[in-house]
Ligand binder design. Structure first.
Ligand code: BTN
Length: 249
């Protein structure tokens, strides 16, 4: 399966994920890409907005028709794809924070938004959306996220020319490889690679803000289905969605 055989490019659009959903529902082939220079209603996880100023980031969505099993591994596949593409293009080794954050020294550089569509219990498609901050300067971020966000230009101090097109090309190649691993059901390869590049290490105290609860515990790892395992007072608790916050240093 080829990623990027068909590409829909926009100078501006509300959300590449929403456009990709539309194309998927019209039967566009797997691997079709929607990319924009700017999003006016970019979507983040948990209903948040993804600020997407013109020319400052990579805003891209991929149409996938995966089997329904192992869906919670797809955000991890997205993270590994971005990590590899950034390394190939810029030589910077970013870290991954479960389940969908691209990090540099505890600052967020990018994120993955996987949206699945079901009909009568059958999985129709998944849109894998990637947002990566490339050219943002500090003032490009809203004040409330400034201390927690970064961009490739900021972390490389312009020593390396960050070429969005090269990152996009590498995203196609990396996603093709990692999606193949996913399709072969090689879950442990995905989980091992993710853990290897994880911003959180076993033994670290963290909080997981899940849909209905906020739980603090000791990070113990990722299970073969892509869930995060916390040790909470000696008992193991697994989450398949949510947001991780670091506790302490
Ligand atoms: C996150 O909150 O960490 C996920 C952010 C995902 C943003 C990307 S940008 C391209 C695609 N289109 C969207 O509307 N959102 C995703």
């Amino acid at each position: 399966m080829k990623i990027g055989n068909k590409i829909h490019r926009f100078s501006s659009c509300p959300s590449t994920n929403n456009l990709a959903r539309k194309y998927a529902s019209q039967g566009e082939p797997e691997g079709t890409v929607v990319i924009a220079d700017q999003q006016t209603k970019g979507k983040g996880t948990q209903g948040r907005e993804w600020i997407s100023p013109p020319g400052k980031g990579v805003y891209i969505s991929f149409i996938l028709y995966p089997p329904a099993s192992g869906l919670s591994l797809l955000p991890l596949v997205g993270g590994l794809t971005v990590r590899e593409a950034v390394f190939e293009s810029v030589g910077v080794s970013v870290q991954l924070k479960w389940p969908n954050d691209i990090m540099w020294k505890r600052k967020k550089l990018g994120g993955i938004l996987c949206e699945s569509s079901f009909w009568g219990g059958k999985l129709l498609y998944v849109i894998l959306g990637i947002g990566l901050n490339t050219g943002h300067q500090v003032q490009d971020f809203p004040e409330e996220v400034r201390s927690a966000a970064s961009s490739l230009d900021l972390i490389t101090s312009k020593e390396v020319q960050v070429e969005r097109e090269s990152i996009v090309e590498n995203l196609f190649q990396s996603l093709e490889c990692w999606y193949e691993v996913f399709l072969k059901g090689e879950n442990s390869k995905i989980v091992d690679a993710f853990q290897h590049h994880s911003a959180i290490y076993p033994g670290k105290k963290v909080t997981v803000a899940a849909e209905n609860e906020v739980v603090s515990g000791i990070y113990s790892g990722i299970n073969p289905e892509g869930g995060i395992i916390l040790d909470v007072g000696g008992k193991q608790k697994t989450f398949y969605s949510g947001q991780v916050h670091f506790l302490g240093k």
